[in-house]
Design a protein around this ligand. Sequence first.
Ligand code: G1P
Length: 257
Amino acid sequence: MVDKPLIQYAVEEALEAGIEDIILVTGRNKQVMEDHFDHAYELEKILVDKGKTDALTAAISMLQEEGRIAYVRQMRPLGLGHAIWCARKFIGDEPFAVALPDDLIIGKDGCLKQMIEAYNQVGGNIVASMEVAPEDTSKYGIISPGENGGNLTEVCGLVEKPEIDVAPSREAVVGRYILQPEVMRELESREVGAGGEIQLTDAMAKLIGHQPFHGLKFDGERFDCGSKHGWLMANFMLASKDIELAKKMERFFNRSK
Ligand code: G1P
């Protein structure tokens, strides 16, 4: 994404929110993630030799304190719920946050920071939410909303990827969650849901009524970088914040006028 990989944005968002320990759930052939957060000695040496100090500083600034990031391997692609469950031993009996890096959220304050502020008021479980177009309910976990207080909505139910005719609302869950450890017990059952996958949505739904559960309409813009369109828009958005890149983009778009 312009000059940093998506995973870097997710880690920086977590750090901004005050999260100190990070677990990356990765899969086969994703060693590049571990390498990203490690020294690249050959590259660093070349940059030193060529006197490219800006590039060197940029590369090194992405590294994190040693021991801060742990890696867990999801051995089979059984669904988001299963991926989260793979980290259970490291999470233990504490509340935790989840960020899906494909969902890039750009705002003044990071989405996780906003969620933790809300969590300090209401506790329990919180999902980031936004309204989606009717034709898009089948791409998201959808909230059955209860009482509404400012930007927090009580979650009375959750359905994974319903068609609009059966969707309880158009309020969708986007990829940021603060969850209580009890969700791991629900995931333990390995119940298969929508799309034949172990869904986080189904496990979260079982907590409703037992623990506080809210949706937070966050402040910021969300880009689905798992789609070509979302990825492109996110790059434009990030580039437009850089004066030099913004000028070049403007020239490019105006070239045929
Ligand atoms: C996942 C979740 C879904 C959520 C979405 C947000 O779906 O299963 O509930 O709304 O992320 O991006 P996926 O995009 O992995 O299909």
